[in-house]
Design a protein around this ligand. Structure first.
Ligand SMILES: Cc1cc2nc3c(=O)[nH]c(=O)nc-3n(C[C@H](O)[C@H](O)[C@H](O)COP(=O)(O)OP(=O)(O)OC[C@H]3O[C@@H](n4cnc5c(N)ncnc54)[C@H](O)[C@@H]3O)c2cc1C
Length: 370
């Protein structure tokens, strides 16, 4: 690549902070660095035409965990860990709303529901029996009961009569959120370059050599916010997890409003206006879905369509308008990895399935490592 004197001077000389990845975490890290260092040169490098991982692909649930997910997490994490994680998601959501504004992100506090299939009666009964305990451990944070039983009024089929309702859950417009974040980053004089893949880096002690495909430059510090693409960087602590999604054409008189969880969070659906967005099914084929490649598979898409027909919209005609996928970062713990890798190299990755909530906080924590 041949660069001019001006291009080198303005974009690639005296770079203080290079952020890799322009998702929720990368952009929040940039905004936080700008708050702390008003005169620094901050450069964001993004390999996609748009942020190209999970932040522009997700379902827009402003959530912090369904009842069954929380119960599930208690099997592998301590109670303290679980409550702390929920608190971080909750605080992250407040930060996101404060920074971007409810109007900009189209925040709709419709509440969230967990739906249990008839065939999962054992799971349902387990959740109901543990509901008072979970409410109790969340009381200090929410000052009210989070979960309650409610009769299904949405006309779902093949499910338990009762849903679990959470009034603190909401939905946002993911596209609006990311556009507003990008606008704020540009207004804060953060340089963003798209279609630039960082292929390697070398921490030289007094700075980092950042290598793009056919070009390199020096940055004082580098911050990786590459989430599902951070496997090599974190020596295997982060695995990619593809998530497939579909959306219907508008459905006349759709009476479903809110965010809905099914099967311990493996499926999720919501209304977007009068359409239904439905995603999930990674658990049908974990091996194939452990990938950084975007794409769809028959096994997952067929299951999603089956759920639409037989559970979510049993009495309505619908058509699928569009399908897509995104790449999440997961691992053996639900806690993100926010750490210093060497003198001038930092990362904030492994956001899991609730990065809309926790992402703003992790971006801030990443920036505050410096
Ligand atoms: C289908 C789907 C539905 C979801 N639904 C929800 C939801 O409803 N609610 C919720 O809270 N969370 C949801 N999530 C999770 C949430 O979207 C993520 O946790 C969050 O977006 C992660 O943000 P991030 O900034 O860490 O990662 P990303 O958004 O993935 O950003 C990482 C960026 O790094 C870039 N990058 C990677 N490697 C390089 C490189 N070498 N050089 C340059 N750039 C690079 C990528 O292109 C990408 O843009 C969902 C995720 C998916 C996929």
């Amino acid at each position: 690549m041949e660069l001019s004197y001006w291009e080198l001077k303005n974009w690639f000389t005296n770079v203080d902070y290079t952020i890799v990845g322009s998702g929720i975490v990368g952009l929040h890290a940039g905004l936080r660095l700008r708050e702390r260092f008003p005169n620094a040169k901050i450069l964001v490098l993004e390999k996609g035409m748009l942020p190209q991982g999970a932040s522009t692909k997700n379902a827009g649930f402003a959530c912090f965990g369904s009842l069954s997910e929380i119960i599930d997490d208690l099997k592998t994490h301590s109670e303290e860990d679980v409550v702390q994680l929920i608190e971080k998601r909750w605080r992250g959501l407040q930060l996101l709303r404060k920074r971007l504004g409810d109007i900009a992100i189209d925040f709709k506090p419709h509440g969230g529901y967990e739906v249990f299939l008839k065939e999962d009666e054992i799971g349902f009964n387990d959740c109901v029996s543990k509901l008072p305990f979970i409410n109790e451990i969340l009381k200090p944070l929410f000052k009210a009961d989070v979960f309650s039983k409610e009769v299904d009024r949405f006309g779902f089929k093949n499910i338990e009569e009762y849903l679990i309702f959470n009034p603190f859950e909401a939905q946002i417009d993911t596209g609006n959120m990311m556009q507003e974040l990008l606008k704020q980053a540009i207004a804060a004089d953060i340089l963003i370059l798209n279609q630039q893949t960082v292929t390697s880096y070398l921490d030289k002690g007094n700075g980092v050599e950042v290598v793009l495909n056919d070009f390199s430059f020096t940055s004082k510090k580098i911050l990786f916010a590459t989430n599902g693409f951070a496997n090599a960087l974190t020596k295997g602590a982060v695995l990619p997890a593809r998530a497939q999604v579909l959306i219907t054409e508008p459905i006349p008189n759709l009476d479903i409003k809110g965010t809905f969880h099914l099967d311990r969070g493996y499926y999720y659906f919501r209304n977007i206006g009068d359409r239904i967005l439905l995603g999930g099914g990674r658990n049908l084929d974990f091996e194939t879905e452990t990938t950084t490649e975007f794409g769809q598979t028959k096994i997952v898409q067929n299951k999603l369509e089956d759920l639409l027909k037989n559970v979510i919209l049993p009495n309505q005609e619908f058509q699928i308008a569009h399908r897509w996928s995104g790449i999440m970062g997961v691992g053996n713990s639900k806690n993100p990895v926010v750490t210093q890798l060497s003198e001038n190299v930092f990362c904030g990755v492994r956001l899991g399935g609730m990065g809309v909530a926790i992402g703003s906080l992790i971006g801030t924590e990443l920036a505050d490592l410096i």
